[in-house]
Write a protein that binds this ligand. Sequence first.
Ligand SMILES: Cc1cc2nc3c(=O)[nH]c(=O)nc-3n(C[C@H](O)[C@H](O)[C@H](O)COP(=O)(O)OP(=O)(O)OC[C@H]3O[C@@H](n4cnc5c(N)ncnc54)[C@H](O)[C@@H]3O)c2cc1C
Length: 367
Amino acid sequence: GNGEAVVKALATQAKSKGVEIVPGTPVVGLVKQGGRIGGVVVDDDGQEAEVACKALVVATGGYANNKEWIKKYTGHDLGVSLVPVGNTGKMGDGIRMAWEAGAAEDGVEALEVVRVAPVGPEFAMGNDLEVVAMQPDLWVTARGERFCDESVALNDSHSGNVNARFSSDGFTFSLFDESILEHVLEAGIDRGLTMDLRPGYRPVNAQKEIQAAIEGGSKEVFVAESLEELASLTGIDPVTLRTTVDEYNDYCAKERDKQFAKDPRFLRPLVGPKYYAARARTVVLGTKGGIKINENMEVLDKKSAVIPGLYAGGFDAGGMYGDSYPIQISSGLSSAFALNSGRIAGRNALRYLERRADCSSRAGSSQ
Ligand SMILES: Cc1cc2nc3c(=O)[nH]c(=O)nc-3n(C[C@H](O)[C@H](O)[C@H](O)COP(=O)(O)OP(=O)(O)OC[C@H]3O[C@@H](n4cnc5c(N)ncnc54)[C@H](O)[C@@H]3O)c2cc1C
């Protein structure tokens, strides 16, 4: 996407200034000399090699793929209650190395989560079925109980957080029916998805995609001729499901949601003749912290003292957010922080090197 274009532009510019980029050579350790950063240890094709440096910016992209840390810091079971999307090999290397070098922890538990239905290798990102299943219609737990005002669908972070709270075995369900499908095909969607699928978009391929998923044996999406059949396919208790849908349809008829006060615009009854369910999972786009920094992106130790020469930015740096990332409040904040924290860290690292060079030359001239 656009993020890749930014990275390419930065890499091109850096190379034109003489920067050497060595891919496939991960940093495995930091070297400290007299309390300052003195270098890094890299894994060069199985051989460890030390590379000297006087200043270092840590930005290894968080720990979204580290099962053990996800459990330890967030309580989630990776791949079950929290599904990583768009991240590979993010093991928290930089965070671990900074901590080993004396950095304090900050914001390590903060996550960027969204509710996505359905999820799986059989579904392309942003497919039309997903577009329908993420609308603010009826959402129920695995037991068939409604659990929130579904208009939280309009806020990614809220929908991710509420889904995480009410999931059991890692999912909740989005329910809709043929009349809701017809509605979104005619009137368009309320909740957009990405910059391309905006409110008003008509998900014309949804039915085809549902059919393909079911024929392909997917266990993430279900279609039935009755609520009882839907309950049997999904494992939801049939009596609870019937009660929930009857109550919900009553709120729709009266245009008043007595349970969660959802905006009547989003009260659309489920009347059949076909009923659909898609499992909704909590997807993590990234972890949002770990290393304590100050406003200069300097890494701080447990006494809040600067570790000279050590900087952090992006997903590795902590303290930007509370316990979760507010996507809707400032969409793009995450990339903007990655870019700007890197820029601020780089600028301050340069000043630090200049100060050190200055000190050395003054020490040299006074001898
Ligand atoms: C699916 C998805 C959608 C997103 N959408 C948005 C959006 O719409 N808006 C937005 O603002 N943000 C979005 N983000 C978040 C955005 O991508 C991140 O904020 C940003 O990429 C973080 O930058 P970073 O430099 O911290 O980490 P990254 O971009 O992940 O870069 C870290 C780099 O460090 C490398 N690395 C890891 N370990 C080591 C090691 N030991 N040694 C050397 N290198 C190492 C990695 O290979 C990687 O190249 C999205 C993220 C995902 C996954």
